[in-house]
Design a protein around this ligand. Structure first.
Ligand code: GDP
Length: 315
C-alpha cells in the first residue's frame, strides 16, 4: 500500500555494509529483486573498525541510506572463545558507521542487533520493552552489550541531532551463505555440516551440543531481508523492532529436522558438557506483523534450501 510509505527506497543510494554475510547478501538480493543496485565495498578495501577510513568512504560515496549488516558474529562457542573480538569489533563498527552517517548527512539508517540483547530471564515471547530489564546471558554478553550500545547510539543521535536511525532485532537466522564452520558457526550450519559428514562416512551417531532442551526461533535470511526493507520504508522511531518467525523449537527437534533434511538416519547423542546458552528466546514480533510483514519460508523448506546451497557451493 504505497500511501503508507514514509520513506520510499526506489531511487535512493543504499549502502549495504557487510554485503557478504548471511544478512547482507540476502539484503543485496532483496534490493536487486526490486531493481535497486546497492553500494557495497569489500572488507579488504574498507575496515569498518577504523574511523577515518570509514568516514572518508561514506563522504566519498554519499549514500542516502545505510543498512549496517556488518558485524563480528558467531555461534555460542565462538562467542565464548573470542569475547574481546565480539565486543571490540562490534562497538567500533557501530560507532564509526553511525557517527560517519551523521557527519555525512545520511537520510536514513538501519542497524542490525540480535535477540540476545534481552535479559536471559525475560518473559517469552519477548517484547521490545524488556531491553535492559535484567542480567544478560553470560555466553554472549560481550556481543549483546555491543549491540545494546548500537541501539543507544541510534537513539542518542536521533534525540540530539534528529537523525532517522532505526534498529531491528532479529531472532536466530539461517539460510544459504551462512558460516558452515563447525566450531565458529551457529547451530544450523554447524550441525548440518556435521550431519552431512556423518552421513558420508556412515557414522551411527551425531553429537549435538548441550542437552537439546533449549528453545530457539529461526528465521530464513530472505524473509528477514524483506522485513528489513519493509521496516526502512514504513518505520521511523527510537524503539528497536523485533523480527522473528513467531514460533520456536527445541534444539532436539531442530537436530532431528536437520538430520531429515540431510538424510542422516543415525542417532542423535546429546553432549551435556557443552553449553546450552539461554533456555529460550522467542520474540514478540507484533510491530513487524502490524506492518503487514510475515515470514514465507517454513523451517523444513528453509533447511532443504540451505542444504541444497551447502551441497552446490560449499561441500
Ligand atoms: P545461541 O542462540 O547464541 O545460543 O547460538 P547457537 O546457534 O550457537 O546455539 C544454539 C543452541 O544450539 C545452543 O543451545 C547450542 O548448545 C546448541 N547446539 C547444538 N549443537 C550445536 C553445534 O554444533 N553448534 C552450535 N553453535 N550450537 C549447537
Amino acid at each position: 500500500m504505497t500511501q503508507d510509505i514514509l520513506y520510499p527506497l526506489d531511487d535512493k543510494r543504499i549502502w549495504v555494509a557487510g554485503h557478504t554475510g548471511l544478512v547482507g547478501a540476502s539484503l543485496v538480493r532483496a534490493l536487486q529483486d526490486r531493481g535497486i543496485e546497492p553500494l557495497t565495498v569489500p572488507r579488504g578495501q574498507l575496515d569498518l573498525r577504523r574511523q577515518t577510513e570509514t568516514q572518508d568512504w561514506i563522504n566519498a560515496h554519499k549514500p542516502d541510506v545505510i543498512i549496517l549488516a556488518a558485524a563480528t558474529v558467531g555461534g555460542i562457542a565462538a562467542n565464548m572463545a573470542r569475547p574481546a573480538e565480539f565486543i571490540y569489533d562490534n562497538l567500533m563498527i557501530e560507532a564509526n558507521v553511525i557517527h560517519g552517517a551523521y557527519m555525512a548527512g545520511v537520510e536514513k539508517m538501519l542497524c542490525l542487533g540480535s535477540s540476545c540483547i534481552y535479559p536471559k530471564d525475560a518473559l517469552n515471547p519477548i517484547t521490545e520493552d524488556m531491553l535492559l530489564s535484567g542480567a544478560l546471558e553470560p555466553s554472549n554478553a560481550p556481543y549483546a552489550l555491543a549491540k545494546i550500545a548500537g541501539i543507544e547510539l541510534c537513539q542518542s543521535y536521533r534525540r540530539q541531532y534528529g537523525c532517522d536511525f532505526i534498529t531491528a532485532m532479529p531472532c536466530n537466522l539461517y539460510g544459504p551463505g551462512d558460516n558452515f564452520d563447525v566450531q565458529g558457526g551457529h547451530v544450523i550450519p554447524a550441525l548440518m555440516r556435521r550431519a552431512h559428514a556423518a552421513k558420508l562416512s556412515g557414522e551411527k551417531a551425531l553429537e549435538v551440543w548441550g542437552t537439546g532442551t533449549p528453545r530457539r526461533e529461526f528465521l530464513y535470511a530472505s524473509d528477514l531481508a524483506r522485513g528489513l526493507l519493509t521496516l526502512l520504508e514504513h518505520y521511523s522511531g527510537a524503539d528497536p523492532v523485533n523480527i522473528g518467525a513467531g514460533i520456536d523449537i527445541t534444539i532436539a527437534d531442530l537436530a532431528a529436522a536437520i538430520a531429515a533434511a540431510v538424510g542422516f538416519d543415525g542417532d542423535l547423542v546429546f553432549d551435556a558438557t557443552k553449553p546450552d546458552g539461554v533456555h529460550q528466546k522467542l520474540l514478540d514480533s507484533s510491530v513487524m506483523r502490524g506492518l503487514r510483514w510475515a515470514p514465507q519460508v517454513g523451517l523444513a523448506q528453509g533447511l532443504q534450501e540451505t542444504y541444497r546451497w551447502f551441497l552446490d557451493e560449499y561441500a
